[in-house]
Write a protein that binds this ligand. Sequence first.
Ligand code: MCA
Ligand code: AMP
Length: 504
Amino acid sequence: MPNPLYDTLFAPGRESDRAFLIKADGATLTYRDFHALAARQANVLKSAGLVAGDRIAVQVEKTPEALALYAACVMSGIVLLPLNTAYTLAELDYFITDSGARGVVCDPAIGPQLQKLVGAGRVMLTLDAAGAGSLSHQAAQQPSDFPIADRQGNDLAALLYTSGTTGRSKGAMLTHANLLSNAQTLADLWRFNSDDVLLHALPIFHTHGLFVACNVTLMARSSMIFLPKFDLAAMLRLMPQATVLMGVPTFYTRLLGEQSFNRKLVAHMRLFVSGSAPLLAETHMEFEARTGHRILERYGMTETNMSTSNPYEGERRAGTVGFPLPGVDLLITDPETGVPLKQGETGMIEVRGPNVFQGYWGMPEKTKAELRENGFFITGDIGRIDDDGYVHIVGRAKDLIISGGLNIYPREIELLLDEQPGVLESAVVGVPHPDFGEAVLGFIVPRSGARPDVIAIRDVAAQHLARFKQPRELILLEELPRNTMGKVQKAALREAYKSRFMAG
Ligand code: MCA
Ligand code: AMP
């Protein structure tokens, strides 16, 4: 019985004693151990009554057990819905309700509160930062083999929520075929092999850390040094044992901030990959001067997985995201009419290929608006293709802030600010930040005669929004800058406050 992701990524390692995960303390989990762990978890999910096609919402710290849950879902046909550990209970409530998740796995610390919030009728399991909890407890009593669910390429494997310009997050439906095609293409393009050791410091609740990093590793039967999170000291210590790093630009600027990060330390490294946010050309050049390595920048989205990459061999061009991946069509179109533009012209980036998702969960209208009938997905990113075929991302048509590789849609924050006492209206923008690339700034216009309590508003934001979405600063303004049509000029706000967090 077929199961595309299982057959390609997990089955081949079933009997292998090669190292798959190496923890910071050196403890190793072989491919065989990992397979057995996942099979035990799959038995827990099955015994709890979850069946293929059910969604399971997972908000847990990064551990081998948490990654095994991905494999367990693949084995049992359950659709994985991974969630940022920074999300508040209010945010979790939305994702669980919207997806109709029948199962929830969370940290034991929030289990009782979450149970109250989401009500009875859902399977609740826990998993903590040490890999303990009811999931592991029950898994220890289960057999290490599992009848693999029958799945086709177009069956869903994961539901990943991405925020939306209207303030409502949308669940991107990703199939086995979507994930597998990208894993195969990238492992091949980036020359992954069984001698590779990936230094894994990204979170595993997003495409970058979960699918790009882990699937490519599984595809090539490589190993991963699996850190719970980005930890500069641990990374400097472990870098000599690794061959590949994948990171967001903040990883690279933080590494460059360390004098001990030098050629000697990276002598063993084969490849540095960057993505999720724009890598400044100056970071690219400083990195090369310091280490002798040219970072390989690639471009992707939750909805499309990876779409372009700089070449492994050949010029990795700073400030570009390289070429469309094999099998991926990329067009630059007129943002108003959708008509394809000539090479060199700037417009909307549209992408089509086996990597592109199936649509937004329960949102046919939104799907129709962004995914054309001919299969092209309208990314909302503005770009151009230069004479040599390199894709440049020059801006975003969508009102989006990317902070430390995490996406923040201003509308979600503005809706909350607008509801607060004394607030007439608000605007949220991203301004340059030395560590996170962009930081969130909020502007509030008081109602006539009112004096909004900024501290109270910050508290409300803290209750409702994950920390990374909360404005770093809230600024009171008499009015927002507007154009003659009455539209708020966010560009003017960004320009006026562009030095807020930058030194000098
Ligand atoms: C943490 N904080 C942040 C962020 N991360 N604030 C804004 N933006 C962030 N990204 C908050 C913390 O809560 C803390 O709040 C304060 O900032 C300082 O935390 P710090 O210790 O510096 O943070 P950290 O734990 O070191 O994390 C920074 C990080 C991390 C390493 C950049 O955010 C990270 O791993 N980002 C990668 C995200 C990612 O995987 N993106 C891929 C998604 P307080 O003020 O209370 O102290 S995009 C994707 O998957 C697409 C498909 C793609 O193309 O890849
Ligand atoms: P997400 O919705 O979290 O998957 O984030 C996808 C968005 O991140 C894209 O639409 C781009 O705006 C941005 N992005 C990803 N990779 C890059 C990159 N290499 N350069 C610039 N922006 C990027």
